[in-house]
Design a protein around this ligand. Sequence first.
Ligand SMILES: NC(=O)c1ccc[n+]([C@@H]2O[C@H](COP(=O)([O-])OP(=O)(O)OC[C@H]3O[C@@H](n4cnc5c(N)ncnc54)[C@H](O)[C@@H]3O)[C@@H](O)[C@H]2O)c1
Ligand SMILES: [Fe+2]
Length: 396
Amino acid sequence: METFNFFRAPQAIIYGRNAFKEIGNQATQFGKKALIVSDEIIDQLGFVRISQEMLSENDVESVVYLGVKSEPTDKFVEESLELFRVENCDLVISLGGGSCIDTAKAVAVLATNYGYIGDYMNGGKAADVTPVPHIAIPTTAGTGSEATDVTVITNTSNNVKMMIKQPAFMPSVAIVDPILTMPSPQHVTAATGVDALSHAIEAYISRKSHPMTDVLALSAMKLIVHNLVAAYEDGENIDAREAMSLGALQAGIAFSNASVCLVHGMSRPIGALFHVPHGFSNAMLLPAVLEFSKDSCIERLADLGRIFEPDKSLTDEVAAKVAVAAVKHLCKVLNIPNLKEWGIDKQKFDSFISKMASDAITSGSPGNNPKVPSREEIEELYQVCFDYDFGYVSAK
Ligand SMILES: NC(=O)c1ccc[n+]([C@@H]2O[C@H](COP(=O)([O-])OP(=O)(O)OC[C@H]3O[C@@H](n4cnc5c(N)ncnc54)[C@H](O)[C@@H]3O)[C@@H](O)[C@H]2O)c1
Ligand SMILES: [Fe+2]
C-alpha cells in the first residue's frame, strides 16, 4: 500500500482583484513572443487587446488564436499549434474559460513533445520533454484548469472527450483575477460554478483524497456554497465573484491531486455526444450520483451537509441527506435543466447509453468513486438522470 502522496500546483499562483496586471511582468520572465489562445467572446470584451498592450509594454510580442469554441477539439489544438510554430513563439498564454486553457495546455506540451494529443492519454506516451512555458488566465470561475495537470480535448474521429492527465500539462503560472469573470452571463456563471462545486465534492469524497487535498476541497465547498447563488443573481457582486474565483481555483488544485469520480466520468460522454456544456452535464448528474454514493461516504457528505445547514445537532446520516437535498435544490435555483429539458431525444440517448458507459469506465474516473459502480449501475444512473426532477424535498 502506498503511504505517500503527490501534490502538484503551478510554480506561481497570482490571485485577487487586478492580478491580471501581472501578465507583462510574468511573461517577460518566460519568453519574447507569446501565442495568446482565446476566443471570439473574450476578444469582444477587450481582454485580448488589453493583454497585448500589457505584453508590449514589457517587450513581449504576441500573436492571437481566437478559434476556440466550448468543449475544445483536437482540431483547435492542431490549428493553434501550427500558428505557434509558424510564428516562432516561445510562450503560450491562455485567456478564457477552461476551453481556451485546455487548448493552450495541449499546445505547450505538443510544441516540445510532438505527436497527437490523444497519444498522451491513459498512461500512453509520456510528455517527458519540458513543455513551453504557459501562463493560464481564467475568465470563468469553474474548471480550475489554470492550476490542474489535466486537459480535456475531444477526439473528433470517435467523439470521445479525452481526459489527459500528466504533470507536463500543469501551467507554469496561474493568474486568477475575479474581475475578468464579471461579464459572464447567468448560464455561464451557473454551469461553471456547479463544475467547481463538483470538483470540490468529488475531490473530497474521492478514494484518492489526502490531507493536502482535503483542506482545499473543504475550503472550496464553503466558498462556493456560500457565494454561487449571489454571483448568479448579481454578476456585479465583486465579493461573490472573488470568492467563486478562489473556490474554483482551490477546487481545481484539490481534484488535480485527488482525482474526480463518477460524476465527471459520466459527464464527459454527455458533453462529447450531445454538446452539453461541461458544468451543465455535471449538474444533471450530481444529485443522483451523490445519492447513489452516499452510503459509502456518509461522514464526508455530512461535512458538506453542515456547510449548507450548520446545525450541530444533525447526525451524520441526516447531514449527508441534507447535502444531497441541498445540492439538488441549488441546481433548481440555478435553473439547471435535466437531459430531457435540454432537448435530448430519448431514443438517441438510449442508443448511446452503452457507449457512454464504456467511455465513462475507460476514463478511469468511476474507479475513484467511494462506491465503485458496475457497468449496469452506470447505465441505470444515465436513465435516472434523463428526466431527473430537481424539485427540492427537505431531508428533515
Ligand atoms: N483541465 C481541467 O482541469 C478541466 C476541468 C474541468 C473542466 N474542463 C473542461 O473545460 C471546458 C469548459 O470550460 P468552462 O466551463 O470554463 O467554459 P468555456 O471555456 O467553454 O466557456 C463557456 C462560454 O463562456 C464564455 N465566457 C468565458 N468567460 C467569459 C466571461 N468572462 N464573460 C463572458 N463570457 C465568457 C466563453 O466564450 C464560452 O462561450 C470543458 O471542455 C471541460 O471539459 C477542464
Ligand atoms: Fe469539471
